[in-house]
Design a protein around this ligand. Structure first.
Ligand code: SAM
Length: 263
């Protein structure tokens, strides 16, 4: 078995500050014996903290050189799943109760991982994760701000996000080049009904594509100039507005009106 060496390619920035580790544990608000998944336990610093709250901890780790370290430290106290979380068949691990996810995520898997959780929200109670600060700001952004965009709308469609706190590079070993942040995501129960989700996201993407352009310019790409002119007269949304000023409800209204034209 090869010895462990930090691998940049696996986003291995390990936490070394006990205060931050404790703070993540507090934000996670784990009830006694709640079922928790930790993604990427590394050498187990956060794992150790989570065990103070629950004995039902399943940890997914991709790096096989970390397995002996984790096994020595925790033995059967954790359920170590030796796999790539993105390749694992999650159905094997889902339970009859909602699962909480707590992780200092490897940054390169943030988006695919969160989108996979989004597609399976019925299995999760909440997600408390460390991500790049910039990503956290985009996920939690308010309408009309510079961070508001497709990632905001997609994540806020599935979750109620909360920006918890910022984390500086010096609390990690090795330190990453950018600031990080802990964010919590609670699956939404009040998602709007959308008949054709794929088309809805096309409308949103095109509306946001050229941020400086008005909706009427951007929408031409989707339905053509003539239809846009017609829509301008009937649309409940003012097409002189820019996409980034629209709330989710307004995007739904816009999509419904564009969709009628498409049919
Ligand atoms: N939890 C530890 C800590 O806070 O110190 C380590 C966090 S480190 C940012 C990310 C961890 O995720 C590493 O241990 C890395 O090997 C693991 N990892 C990277 N990609 C993974 C994947 N696709 N599936 C599971 N684990 C992964």
């Amino acid at each position: 078995m090869k010895e462990f060496r930090h691998k940049k390619s696996l986003g291995q920035h390990f936490l070394k500050d006990q205060n931050i580790i404790r703070k993540i544990g507090e934000v996670a608000n784990i009830s006694p014996n709640e079922l928790v998944w930790e993604i990427g336990p590394g050498k187990g610093v956060l794992t150790q903290e989570l065990l103070n709250y629950t004995k039902r901890l399943r940890c997914f780790e991709i790096d096989h050189t970390l397995y002996p370290i984790l096994e020595n430290r925790f033995g059967s106290k954790i359920d170590l799943i030796k796999t790539d979380i993105l390749k694992a068949d999650w159905n094997e691990y889902f339970a009859d109760e909602p699962i909480k996810i707590v992780a200092n995520l490897p940054y390169q898997i943030t988006s695919p991982f969160l989108f996979r959780v989004a597609k399976n929200t019925q299995h999760f109670s909440s997600v408390i994760v460390m991500v790049q600060k910039e990503v956290a700001q985009r996920i939690a952004a308010k309408v009309g701000t510079k961070d508001y965009g497709i990632l905001t709308l997609k994540m806020q469609y599935y979750f109620n996000p909360k920006y918890e706190f910022t984390v500086k590079p010096n609390v990690f070993n090795p330190p990453p080049r950018v600031d990080s942040a802990v964010i919590s995501l609670v699956p939404r129960l009040d998602r709007p009904y959308i008949e054709d989700e794929e088309y809805f996201w096309r409308v949103v993407e095109i509306a946001l594509r050229n941020r400086r352009k008005m909706l009427r310019r951007n929408l031409r790409e989707l339905i053509g100039k003539e239809q846009v002119e017609k829509l301008t007269e009937s649309c409940e949304i003012d097409l002189q507005r820019r996409g980034e000023t629209l709330t989710e409800a307004e995007f739904v209204s816009l999509y419904e009106q564009v969709y009628k034209i498409k049919l």
